[in-house]
Write a protein of this length. Structure first.
Length: 358
């Protein structure tokens, strides 16, 4: 009997593509780490909105941490996960344990921040995010205050003097932003800030800067801490919005592959082409909603070069050199699926140059 289950992955990908704007307008999950031993019965609590923070819930935290939680919820993230680090356990090992627990309990592609973090705790959070992305292929983003050496697209480094207190609020703000706008789009609920001496220099150093703008406080530039580019890392990746879309696409494809495809089908070219078609349908839906550029050919394909190299150990370089691209695609390799693609993510309009000649 023919396998009639295979096309469902196409339906899943189409659904993810067409729902991307709706999902993004609901924000991402924000994870706020606090230091509090008022109630040690549970290290994790979840709040969907300010109504969830009842009097009974507030009694579980210090007044200062209640205020932090309220501020994080003002940004309207999809949900806020509050993670408690007991003061009696304060230190590197305690934060390390909590971060491991977060990885096990909270979906990737969330925002993580810590209230009242020490310099060591800040740098440990930076290391956790970098390691998770590089080694575990898990995408997280962190908002930190004056990290020592961030230089990473998944680390947003707030550096305005005295604004460490704004980490919870800005965490919720960034997690709650829709994918159709930049972090500079909205005025912030902050009265005023101390600006750096030179905004341009700070921004070029990968610093996330707030500035005073005609009675309002706004984000100067919607950037992360990435400074060093090259080897596939481009200037586009310095923008929070671009990385948000990159991580959404990565998470959607990774999760769908793991749940609906991995280990369930033979590694034939036909099945690979079904997967490729499903991913391309997903890209098309994202382009229809202007998350990807509709004027660009957003496509994935079999990575012919990688598959050619993977066949050499078994068949020899001379034999493989005689194969054309179609033959290479047919010669799948063990359990490996080698795909590649090109997409163009649309950024937000942030710069304006308008010259009038009279």
């Amino acid at each position: 009997m023919a396998d009639i289950g295979m096309p469902k992955i196409d339906i899943v990908f189409r659904g993810l593509g067409t729902s991307a704007v709706q999902r993004s307008s609901g924000g991402r999950t924000a994870v706020l780490i606090i230091k509090d031993d008022t109630d040690t019965t549970s290290a994790f609590a979840e709040y969907r909105g300010i109504d969830d923070l009842t009097t009974e819930e507030q009694a579980k935290y210090t007044p200062e941490n209640v205020q932090y939680i309220k501020e994080a919820l003002e940004g309207i993230p999809k949900r806020l996960i509050v993670v408690r680090m007991a003061k009696t356990l304060e230190g590197e090992s305690s934060l390390t344990d909590l971060l491991k627990a977060i990885k096990g309990k909270v979906e990737m592609n969330c925002w993580i921040g810590m209230a009242d973090a020490t310099q060591q705790e800040t740098d440990d959070l930076v290391s956790f995010v970098k390691s998770s992305v590089t080694n575990d292929k898990k995408r997280y983003k962190a908002l930190v205050y004056k990290a020592t050496k961030p230089d990473d697209m998944h680390i947003v480094n707030l550096t305005n003097e005295g604004e460490n207190k704004s980490i919870p609020y800005m965490l919720g703000y960034l997690a709650g932003l829709s994918l159709d706008m930049s972090a500079i789009a909205k005025p912030l609920k902050i009265d005023s800030v101390i600006e750096p001496d030179d905004l341009d220099t700070a921004i070029n150093n990968g610093e996330f800067i707030l500035y005073n703008d005609e009675g309002e406080v706004r984000v100067a530039r919607g950037i992360n801490s990435l400074v060093t580019t090259g080897q596939g890392i481009t200037d586009d990746m310095k923008f929070i919005l671009i990385v948000e879309v990159m991580d959404m696409i990565y998470t959607d494809i990774y999760t769908t592959w793991k749940r609906f495809y991995k280990g369930k089908y033979k590694n034939s070219l036909d099945n690979q082409m079904l997967l490729i078609g499903a991913i391309n349908s997903y890209f098309k839906a994202l382009a229809n909603d202007l998350i990807l550029d509709p004027n660009f050919e957003n496509k994935t394909r079999v990575d012919v070069e990688k598959q050619r190299l993977a066949n050499i150990p078994k068949y020899g370089e001379e034999e493989v050199a005689t194969w054309d691209d179609n033959k290479i695609m047919e010669m799948t390799v063990g359990t490996n699926v080698f795909l590649a693609g090109n997409i163009k993510i649309l950024n937000a309009m942030e710069d304006f140059d308008f010259e009038i000649t009279m």
